[in-house]
Design a protein around this ligand. Structure first.
Ligand SMILES: NC(=O)c1ccc[n+]([C@@H]2O[C@H](COP(=O)([O-])OP(=O)(O)OC[C@H]3O[C@@H](n4cnc5c(N)ncnc54)[C@H](O)[C@@H]3O)[C@@H](O)[C@H]2O)c1
Ligand SMILES: [Zn+2]
Length: 367
Protein backbone atom coordinates (compact mmCIF):
# COMPACT_ATOMS: atom_id res chain seq x y z
CA UNK A 1 0.00 0.00 0.00
CA UNK A 2 0.97 3.64 -0.31
CA UNK A 3 1.11 5.95 2.68
CA UNK A 4 1.06 9.73 2.45
CA UNK A 5 1.61 11.92 5.50
CA UNK A 6 -0.28 15.12 6.14
CA UNK A 7 2.36 16.98 8.12
CA UNK A 8 0.71 19.21 10.73
CA UNK A 9 2.83 18.85 13.87
CA UNK A 10 0.69 17.30 16.61
CA UNK A 11 -2.25 17.01 14.20
CA UNK A 12 -0.30 14.97 11.60
CA UNK A 13 -1.93 11.86 10.13
CA UNK A 14 -1.53 9.23 7.43
CA UNK A 15 -3.50 8.69 4.25
CA UNK A 16 -3.36 5.00 3.27
CA UNK A 17 -4.15 3.96 -0.29
CA UNK A 18 -4.43 0.30 -1.24
CA UNK A 19 -6.63 -2.70 -1.97
CA UNK A 20 -8.52 -4.65 0.65
CA UNK A 21 -7.68 -2.32 3.52
CA UNK A 22 -11.14 -2.43 5.11
CA UNK A 23 -10.96 -6.16 5.79
CA UNK A 24 -8.08 -5.42 8.17
CA UNK A 25 -9.24 -2.02 9.38
CA UNK A 26 -8.99 -3.08 13.04
CA UNK A 27 -5.24 -3.61 12.68
CA UNK A 28 -4.88 -0.31 10.86
CA UNK A 29 -6.92 1.47 13.53
CA UNK A 30 -4.86 -0.11 16.27
CA UNK A 31 -1.58 0.85 14.59
CA UNK A 32 -2.95 4.40 14.25
CA UNK A 33 -3.77 4.45 17.96
CA UNK A 34 -7.51 5.05 17.41
CA UNK A 35 -9.39 4.43 20.62
CA UNK A 36 -12.69 2.58 21.16
CA UNK A 37 -15.60 2.94 21.50
CA UNK A 38 -16.19 3.37 17.77
CA UNK A 39 -19.16 4.95 16.03
CA UNK A 40 -19.30 4.09 12.33
CA UNK A 41 -21.45 6.30 10.10
CA UNK A 42 -21.87 5.19 6.51
CA UNK A 43 -23.66 6.28 3.37
CA UNK A 44 -26.63 3.96 2.73
CA UNK A 45 -25.15 3.09 -0.67
CA UNK A 46 -22.03 1.54 0.89
CA UNK A 47 -23.72 -0.51 3.59
CA UNK A 48 -21.51 -3.56 3.09
CA UNK A 49 -18.38 -1.47 3.68
CA UNK A 50 -19.97 0.17 6.73
CA UNK A 51 -20.89 -3.24 8.15
CA UNK A 52 -17.44 -4.64 7.45
CA UNK A 53 -15.72 -1.70 9.19
CA UNK A 54 -18.03 -1.89 12.21
CA UNK A 55 -17.67 -5.65 12.50
CA UNK A 56 -13.84 -5.60 12.26
CA UNK A 57 -13.57 -2.69 14.74
CA UNK A 58 -15.73 -4.57 17.26
CA UNK A 59 -12.72 -6.85 17.82
CA UNK A 60 -11.05 -3.88 19.54
CA UNK A 61 -14.00 -2.74 21.64
CA UNK A 62 -17.56 -1.48 21.48
CA UNK A 63 -18.55 -0.50 17.93
CA UNK A 64 -21.89 0.84 16.67
CA UNK A 65 -23.13 1.69 13.21
CA UNK A 66 -25.57 4.17 11.68
CA UNK A 67 -26.59 4.76 8.07
CA UNK A 68 -27.16 8.15 6.42
CA UNK A 69 -29.32 8.62 3.29
CA UNK A 70 -27.38 9.23 0.05
CA UNK A 71 -27.06 12.68 -1.42
CA UNK A 72 -26.13 16.30 -0.69
CA UNK A 73 -29.44 16.79 1.18
CA UNK A 74 -27.98 14.79 4.06
CA UNK A 75 -25.35 17.47 4.74
CA UNK A 76 -27.77 19.41 6.93
CA UNK A 77 -28.40 20.33 10.54
CA UNK A 78 -31.11 17.68 11.00
CA UNK A 79 -28.65 14.90 10.18
CA UNK A 80 -26.06 16.50 12.47
CA UNK A 81 -28.61 16.62 15.30
CA UNK A 82 -29.54 12.99 14.82
CA UNK A 83 -25.86 11.98 14.92
CA UNK A 84 -25.23 14.11 18.06
CA UNK A 85 -28.24 12.41 19.72
CA UNK A 86 -27.05 8.98 18.64
CA UNK A 87 -23.59 9.63 20.16
CA UNK A 88 -25.13 10.97 23.36
CA UNK A 89 -27.45 7.94 23.65
CA UNK A 90 -24.55 5.51 23.33
CA UNK A 91 -22.66 7.66 25.88
CA UNK A 92 -19.80 8.20 23.46
CA UNK A 93 -16.91 9.49 25.58
CA UNK A 94 -14.43 12.24 24.65
CA UNK A 95 -11.76 9.67 23.76
CA UNK A 96 -13.84 7.49 21.40
CA UNK A 97 -13.56 7.59 17.61
CA UNK A 98 -16.03 8.32 14.80
CA UNK A 99 -15.65 6.70 11.37
CA UNK A 100 -17.04 8.28 8.20
CA UNK A 101 -17.61 5.68 5.47
CA UNK A 102 -18.83 7.23 2.22
CA UNK A 103 -18.25 10.13 -0.15
CA UNK A 104 -17.70 13.80 0.59
CA UNK A 105 -21.21 14.24 1.95
CA UNK A 106 -20.80 11.74 4.78
CA UNK A 107 -17.17 12.83 5.27
CA UNK A 108 -18.08 16.52 5.69
CA UNK A 109 -21.11 15.77 7.89
CA UNK A 110 -19.37 13.29 10.18
CA UNK A 111 -16.29 15.52 10.33
CA UNK A 112 -18.51 18.39 11.47
CA UNK A 113 -20.19 16.22 14.10
CA UNK A 114 -16.76 15.05 15.28
CA UNK A 115 -15.59 18.69 15.45
CA UNK A 116 -18.53 19.73 17.62
CA UNK A 117 -19.51 16.76 19.80
CA UNK A 118 -17.89 17.37 23.20
CA UNK A 119 -15.92 20.20 21.53
CA UNK A 120 -14.15 17.77 19.26
CA UNK A 121 -13.47 14.04 19.21
CA UNK A 122 -11.23 11.96 16.95
CA UNK A 123 -12.50 10.68 13.61
CA UNK A 124 -11.26 8.64 10.69
CA UNK A 125 -12.18 9.12 7.05
CA UNK A 126 -12.95 6.05 4.95
CA UNK A 127 -13.66 7.68 1.56
CA UNK A 128 -15.58 5.52 -0.93
CA UNK A 129 -15.77 7.90 -3.92
CA UNK A 130 -12.86 9.00 -6.05
CA UNK A 131 -13.58 12.65 -5.20
CA UNK A 132 -13.49 11.93 -1.48
CA UNK A 133 -10.26 9.91 -1.77
CA UNK A 134 -8.37 12.62 -3.61
CA UNK A 135 -10.00 15.68 -2.12
CA UNK A 136 -12.64 15.96 0.60
CA UNK A 137 -11.32 13.31 3.01
CA UNK A 138 -7.98 15.10 3.30
CA UNK A 139 -7.47 18.51 4.87
CA UNK A 140 -9.90 18.81 7.76
CA UNK A 141 -12.51 21.08 6.20
CA UNK A 142 -15.86 19.94 7.58
CA UNK A 143 -19.27 21.47 6.96
CA UNK A 144 -23.00 21.29 6.59
CA UNK A 145 -25.14 23.24 4.11
CA UNK A 146 -27.76 25.93 4.76
CA UNK A 147 -30.60 26.69 2.34
CA UNK A 148 -28.70 29.91 1.53
CA UNK A 149 -25.47 28.27 0.43
CA UNK A 150 -23.44 25.09 0.60
CA UNK A 151 -20.82 24.63 3.34
CA UNK A 152 -21.97 27.77 5.18
CA UNK A 153 -21.54 26.27 8.66
CA UNK A 154 -18.48 24.26 9.51
CA UNK A 155 -15.16 23.88 11.25
CA UNK A 156 -11.58 22.94 10.62
CA UNK A 157 -11.05 19.58 12.28
CA UNK A 158 -8.37 17.23 10.98
CA UNK A 159 -9.08 13.50 10.86
CA UNK A 160 -6.72 11.13 12.70
CA UNK A 161 -6.51 8.74 9.76
CA UNK A 162 -7.65 8.42 6.14
CA UNK A 163 -8.04 4.95 4.62
CA UNK A 164 -8.77 4.72 0.89
CA UNK A 165 -9.66 1.16 -0.07
CA UNK A 166 -9.65 0.93 -3.89
CA UNK A 167 -12.10 -1.98 -3.77
CA UNK A 168 -14.88 0.37 -2.73
CA UNK A 169 -14.57 2.21 -6.07
CA UNK A 170 -15.77 -0.85 -8.03
CA UNK A 171 -19.42 0.04 -7.46
CA UNK A 172 -19.15 3.71 -8.41
CA UNK A 173 -21.26 4.72 -11.43
CA UNK A 174 -19.13 5.65 -14.45
CA UNK A 175 -20.25 9.26 -14.66
CA UNK A 176 -19.37 10.00 -11.01
CA UNK A 177 -16.08 8.12 -11.22
CA UNK A 178 -15.03 10.07 -14.33
CA UNK A 179 -16.11 13.36 -12.72
CA UNK A 180 -13.75 12.59 -9.83
CA UNK A 181 -10.87 12.42 -12.31
CA UNK A 182 -11.23 16.17 -12.92
CA UNK A 183 -9.70 16.86 -9.49
CA UNK A 184 -6.83 14.51 -10.35
CA UNK A 185 -6.15 16.46 -13.56
CA UNK A 186 -6.29 19.62 -11.43
CA UNK A 187 -3.52 18.36 -9.14
CA UNK A 188 -1.45 17.46 -12.19
CA UNK A 189 -1.81 20.91 -13.70
CA UNK A 190 -1.27 22.94 -10.54
CA UNK A 191 1.53 20.94 -8.96
CA UNK A 192 2.56 17.66 -10.54
CA UNK A 193 3.55 17.42 -14.24
CA UNK A 194 4.59 13.77 -13.74
CA UNK A 195 1.04 12.94 -12.64
CA UNK A 196 -0.29 14.78 -15.69
CA UNK A 197 1.96 12.73 -17.98
CA UNK A 198 0.85 9.55 -16.22
CA UNK A 199 -2.80 10.47 -16.85
CA UNK A 200 -2.08 11.05 -20.51
CA UNK A 201 -0.18 7.75 -20.92
CA UNK A 202 -2.54 5.57 -18.91
CA UNK A 203 -6.00 6.97 -19.62
CA UNK A 204 -7.34 3.57 -20.74
CA UNK A 205 -6.09 1.71 -17.66
CA UNK A 206 -7.54 4.43 -15.46
CA UNK A 207 -10.93 4.35 -17.17
CA UNK A 208 -10.96 0.55 -16.72
CA UNK A 209 -10.18 1.21 -13.03
CA UNK A 210 -7.08 -0.95 -13.00
CA UNK A 211 -6.03 -1.12 -9.32
CA UNK A 212 -2.39 -0.21 -9.97
CA UNK A 213 -3.37 2.82 -12.05
CA UNK A 214 -5.92 3.90 -9.44
CA UNK A 215 -3.40 3.52 -6.65
CA UNK A 216 -0.85 5.60 -8.53
CA UNK A 217 -3.15 8.53 -9.31
CA UNK A 218 -4.91 8.53 -5.92
CA UNK A 219 -1.67 8.41 -3.93
CA UNK A 220 -0.10 11.19 -6.02
CA UNK A 221 -3.20 13.34 -5.75
CA UNK A 222 -3.38 12.75 -2.02
CA UNK A 223 0.22 13.81 -1.70
CA UNK A 224 -0.36 17.09 -3.57
CA UNK A 225 -3.39 17.85 -1.40
CA UNK A 226 -1.47 16.85 1.74
CA UNK A 227 1.46 19.15 0.99
CA UNK A 228 -0.77 22.14 0.23
CA UNK A 229 -2.75 21.53 3.43
CA UNK A 230 0.49 21.20 5.42
CA UNK A 231 1.62 24.61 4.19
CA UNK A 232 -1.75 26.36 4.67
CA UNK A 233 -3.92 24.40 7.06
CA UNK A 234 -6.59 27.08 7.56
CA UNK A 235 -6.48 28.91 4.25
CA UNK A 236 -4.58 31.83 5.70
CA UNK A 237 -1.39 32.10 3.68
CA UNK A 238 -3.32 31.93 0.40
CA UNK A 239 -1.40 28.87 -0.76
CA UNK A 240 -4.43 26.62 -0.35
CA UNK A 241 -6.10 28.84 -2.93
CA UNK A 242 -4.29 27.03 -5.73
CA UNK A 243 -6.65 24.12 -5.03
CA UNK A 244 -9.40 26.39 -6.38
CA UNK A 245 -8.07 26.10 -9.91
CA UNK A 246 -11.06 25.60 -12.22
CA UNK A 247 -13.47 26.21 -9.35
CA UNK A 248 -14.33 29.91 -9.77
CA UNK A 249 -15.81 29.26 -13.20
CA UNK A 250 -16.81 25.75 -12.13
CA UNK A 251 -18.91 26.86 -9.14
CA UNK A 252 -20.66 29.55 -11.19
CA UNK A 253 -21.47 26.97 -13.87
CA UNK A 254 -22.81 24.49 -11.30
CA UNK A 255 -25.06 27.15 -9.76
CA UNK A 256 -26.23 28.67 -13.04
CA UNK A 257 -27.21 25.23 -14.40
CA UNK A 258 -29.05 24.34 -11.18
CA UNK A 259 -26.57 21.57 -10.39
CA UNK A 260 -27.40 19.57 -13.52
CA UNK A 261 -23.66 19.04 -13.91
CA UNK A 262 -21.61 16.92 -11.56
CA UNK A 263 -19.04 18.94 -9.62
CA UNK A 264 -16.11 17.36 -11.47
CA UNK A 265 -17.67 18.06 -14.87
CA UNK A 266 -18.09 21.71 -13.92
CA UNK A 267 -14.47 21.80 -12.70
CA UNK A 268 -13.20 20.27 -15.97
CA UNK A 269 -15.02 22.98 -17.94
CA UNK A 270 -13.91 25.56 -15.35
CA UNK A 271 -10.26 24.54 -15.79
CA UNK A 272 -10.65 24.96 -19.53
CA UNK A 273 -12.07 28.47 -19.07
CA UNK A 274 -9.38 29.40 -16.55
CA UNK A 275 -6.53 28.02 -18.67
CA UNK A 276 -7.98 30.07 -21.54
CA UNK A 277 -7.94 33.11 -19.24
CA UNK A 278 -4.33 32.41 -18.22
CA UNK A 279 -3.35 32.21 -21.89
CA UNK A 280 -5.18 35.46 -22.75
CA UNK A 281 -3.48 37.19 -19.80
CA UNK A 282 -0.14 36.06 -21.15
CA UNK A 283 0.54 33.91 -18.08
CA UNK A 284 1.02 30.69 -20.01
CA UNK A 285 1.52 29.36 -23.54
CA UNK A 286 -1.42 28.19 -25.63
CA UNK A 287 0.01 24.62 -25.29
CA UNK A 288 -1.00 24.58 -21.62
CA UNK A 289 -4.63 25.04 -22.60
CA UNK A 290 -4.46 22.60 -25.53
CA UNK A 291 -2.56 19.87 -23.69
CA UNK A 292 -4.84 20.13 -20.66
CA UNK A 293 -7.84 19.71 -23.00
CA UNK A 294 -6.21 16.61 -24.53
CA UNK A 295 -5.80 15.01 -21.11
CA UNK A 296 -9.37 15.90 -20.09
CA UNK A 297 -10.76 14.41 -23.31
CA UNK A 298 -8.61 11.26 -22.98
CA UNK A 299 -10.28 10.75 -19.60
CA UNK A 300 -13.73 11.35 -21.14
CA UNK A 301 -14.18 14.62 -19.27
CA UNK A 302 -15.91 17.59 -20.90
CA UNK A 303 -13.91 20.69 -21.85
CA UNK A 304 -17.04 22.49 -23.04
CA UNK A 305 -20.63 22.45 -21.88
CA UNK A 306 -21.79 20.64 -25.03
CA UNK A 307 -19.50 17.69 -24.28
CA UNK A 308 -21.28 16.79 -21.02
CA UNK A 309 -22.75 13.28 -21.32
CA UNK A 310 -26.23 14.35 -20.19
CA UNK A 311 -28.19 17.25 -21.71
CA UNK A 312 -27.80 20.50 -19.74
CA UNK A 313 -29.81 23.70 -20.20
CA UNK A 314 -27.35 26.29 -21.42
CA UNK A 315 -27.11 29.36 -19.16
CA UNK A 316 -26.44 32.76 -20.73
CA UNK A 317 -23.20 34.59 -20.07
CA UNK A 318 -24.97 37.37 -18.13
CA UNK A 319 -26.37 34.83 -15.62
CA UNK A 320 -22.95 33.23 -15.24
CA UNK A 321 -21.18 36.55 -14.70
CA UNK A 322 -23.84 37.58 -12.18
CA UNK A 323 -23.39 34.31 -10.26
CA UNK A 324 -19.67 34.98 -10.11
CA UNK A 325 -20.28 38.54 -8.81
CA UNK A 326 -22.57 37.21 -6.07
CA UNK A 327 -19.78 34.92 -4.97
CA UNK A 328 -17.42 37.87 -4.95
CA UNK A 329 -19.79 39.89 -2.73
CA UNK A 330 -19.95 37.04 -0.25
CA UNK A 331 -16.16 36.92 -0.07
CA UNK A 332 -16.00 40.70 0.15
CA UNK A 333 -13.24 41.23 -2.36
CA UNK A 334 -12.35 41.00 -6.03
CA UNK A 335 -12.67 37.67 -7.80
CA UNK A 336 -9.30 35.96 -7.59
CA UNK A 337 -8.19 33.17 -9.88
CA UNK A 338 -5.54 30.53 -9.35
CA UNK A 339 -4.06 30.21 -12.83
CA UNK A 340 -1.29 28.11 -14.41
CA UNK A 341 1.95 29.69 -15.56
CA UNK A 342 3.16 26.31 -16.77
CA UNK A 343 2.32 22.76 -15.70
CA UNK A 344 3.28 22.52 -12.04
CA UNK A 345 3.39 26.27 -11.41
CA UNK A 346 0.30 28.18 -10.32
CA UNK A 347 -0.16 31.78 -9.20
CA UNK A 348 -3.12 33.76 -7.91
CA UNK A 349 -4.36 36.94 -9.66
CA UNK A 350 -4.33 40.06 -7.49
CA UNK A 351 -5.89 42.52 -9.93
CA UNK A 352 -9.38 42.83 -11.39
CA UNK A 353 -9.86 40.85 -14.60
CA UNK A 354 -11.66 42.87 -17.30
CA UNK A 355 -15.29 41.80 -17.79
CA UNK A 356 -14.87 41.28 -21.52
CA UNK A 357 -12.05 38.81 -20.89
CA UNK A 358 -14.25 36.86 -18.49
CA UNK A 359 -17.03 36.90 -21.12
CA UNK A 360 -14.57 35.58 -23.73
CA UNK A 361 -13.59 32.75 -21.42
CA UNK A 362 -17.26 31.85 -20.90
CA UNK A 363 -17.85 31.99 -24.65
CA UNK A 364 -14.87 29.66 -25.17
CA UNK A 365 -16.46 26.89 -23.07
CA UNK A 366 -20.10 27.51 -24.08
CA UNK A 367 -19.43 27.50 -27.81
N1 LIG B 1 -14.14 19.00 2.81
C1 LIG B 1 -13.59 19.29 1.66
O1 LIG B 1 -12.45 19.75 1.59
C2 LIG B 1 -14.37 19.05 0.40
C3 LIG B 1 -13.74 19.11 -0.85
C4 LIG B 1 -14.48 18.82 -1.98
C5 LIG B 1 -15.82 18.48 -1.87
N2 LIG B 1 -16.42 18.44 -0.65
C6 LIG B 1 -17.82 18.05 -0.50
O2 LIG B 1 -17.94 16.70 -0.93
C7 LIG B 1 -19.26 16.47 -1.38
C8 LIG B 1 -19.20 15.71 -2.68
O3 LIG B 1 -18.54 14.47 -2.47
P1 LIG B 1 -18.88 13.19 -3.35
O4 LIG B 1 -18.72 13.53 -4.79
O5 LIG B 1 -18.11 12.06 -2.80
O6 LIG B 1 -20.45 13.06 -3.15
P2 LIG B 1 -21.35 12.05 -2.30
O7 LIG B 1 -20.82 11.80 -0.97
O8 LIG B 1 -22.73 12.56 -2.42
O9 LIG B 1 -21.24 10.71 -3.15
C9 LIG B 1 -21.72 10.68 -4.48
C10 LIG B 1 -22.73 9.56 -4.68
O10 LIG B 1 -22.06 8.30 -4.68
C11 LIG B 1 -22.65 7.41 -3.76
N3 LIG B 1 -21.56 6.54 -3.32
C12 LIG B 1 -20.61 6.78 -2.39
N4 LIG B 1 -19.71 5.80 -2.40
C13 LIG B 1 -20.08 4.92 -3.36
C14 LIG B 1 -19.53 3.71 -3.85
N5 LIG B 1 -18.37 3.24 -3.40
N6 LIG B 1 -20.20 3.06 -4.83
C15 LIG B 1 -21.34 3.57 -5.35
N7 LIG B 1 -21.90 4.71 -4.93
C16 LIG B 1 -21.26 5.38 -3.95
C17 LIG B 1 -23.30 8.28 -2.74
O11 LIG B 1 -24.38 7.63 -2.12
C18 LIG B 1 -23.78 9.47 -3.58
O12 LIG B 1 -25.02 9.15 -4.17
C19 LIG B 1 -19.93 17.83 -1.48
O13 LIG B 1 -20.81 18.00 -0.41
C20 LIG B 1 -18.78 18.81 -1.37
O14 LIG B 1 -19.15 20.04 -0.78
C21 LIG B 1 -15.72 18.71 0.47
ZN1 LIG C 1 -13.61 20.39 -6.40
Amino acid sequence: DDAVTVDLQERSYHVLVGSDLLSRIERIAEAGNLQPPFAVVHDESVESSGKLVCERLSRLGKSERKSVPSGEASKNIEQAISLWHWLAEMAMPRNGTLFAVGGGVVGDLVGFVAATYMRGIAYAQIPTTLLAMVDSAIGGKTAIDLPHAKNLVGAFHQPSLVVSDLITLKTMPDRAFIAGLAEVVKYGVIADPVLLQYLRDNADLILRRHPLALRAIIARSASVKASVVSLDEREQTGLRMILNYGHTFGHALEAATNFQLLHGEAVAIGMTAEAYLAWRLGWCDREVLDEQSEVLRALELPTKLKEVSEPVTEPDIATLTETMQRDKKRKGSLVRFALPKRFGETAVTDFPIPDDLIADAWAFVLR
